[in-house]
Write a protein that binds this ligand. Structure first.
Ligand code: SF4
Length: 249
């Protein structure tokens, strides 16, 4: 009995040692794989953004604006709407009213006719008027350049704040929309399960020289080349660098 018990304890001990070593090896393997991927992808990522830069050295938003205030209002209006539809509306609105005071003076009902063709225009009209009043009351009619102050405005969430900080103030922020989310995941530039994870990974992985313009390059690439249903891989300038397994050739 004594020997049998000793043998059983020995067996259990060996099992734990094997499990422990197995876990360590697994961890080591994961670390090595991650290191390898990071090194490999860093080179590819650089090449991808270098390519974007060669094709389009000064990428711009397709929203039409002439100052930070016009941009802010256009971005609020662009939620779940196309830039084309927003531009059509602001081309009529801005010649009449393009300051917080002038738009606030229109009030909700006066603003609606200008933005009626944009989705969710009722809610957007209310948000725009509240934002204009807040800018007048709290920011001397200027658009604030901090995330905290921007996100405190009506109709301004993280994505809108990121667009304004990046486009109006040149900060290296990433406003992850549906296009950027898709391109980042397909190419493996900065994969992530949700928009916040992709945003954080882009900030971590996009090479510094390209950080400020990356947002526009990725949106334009998703909008015109890496289309949701049928990406145009044949005419894609980064197809040799993209790691998407289901390219359409
Ligand atoms: S190769 Fe295809 S999937 Fe990859 S980025 Fe280009 S269009 Fe998108």
């Amino acid at each position: 009995m004594g020997k049998a018990r000793y043998f059983a304890v020995l067996l259990i001990g060996c099992r734990w040692v094997i499990i422990f070593l197995g876990n360590q090896l697994d961890c080591l393997w994961q670390i090595l794989t991650q290191c390898f991927n990071t090194i490999m992808n860093a080179t590819k990522r650089y090449a991808i953004f270098e390519t974007f830069q060669k094709i389009n050295p000064k990428p711009r938003t397709e929203l039409e604006y002439s100052n930070p205030f016009e941009l802010l209002i256009a971005v609020i209006l662009s939620a779940q709407a196309t830039d084309i539809s927003v531009n059509k509306a602001t081309r009529k609105l801005y010649p009449i009213a393009n300051t917080p005071e002038a738009i606030a003076a229109l009030d909700v009902e006066g603003l609606k006719p200008y933005i009626r063709t944009i989705g969710l225009f009722n809610t957007k009209a209310e948000n725009v008027i509240k934002t204009c009043k807040a800018l007048i009351a709290e920011h001397n009619s200027e658009v604030p350049n901090t995330r905290e102050a921007l996100e405190a405005l009506s109709g301004v969430g993280r994505k809108t704040a990121n667009v304004v900080l990046n486009t109006a103030f040149g900060m290296p922020t990433m406003a992850v929309d549906t296009h950027i989310f898709r391109v980042s995941n397909r190419t493996k530039i900065a994969p992530g399960k949700n928009v916040l994870a992709v945003e954080k990974n882009l900030l971590k992985f996009v090479p510094k020289p390209f950080l400020v313009d990356a947002h526009h390059w990725l949106i334009l690439h998703g909008r015109y080349t890496c289309l949701a249903r049928k990406p145009k891989c044949q005419e894609c300038a980064i197809s040799h660098l993209c790691e998407f397994k289901e390219k359409t050739f």
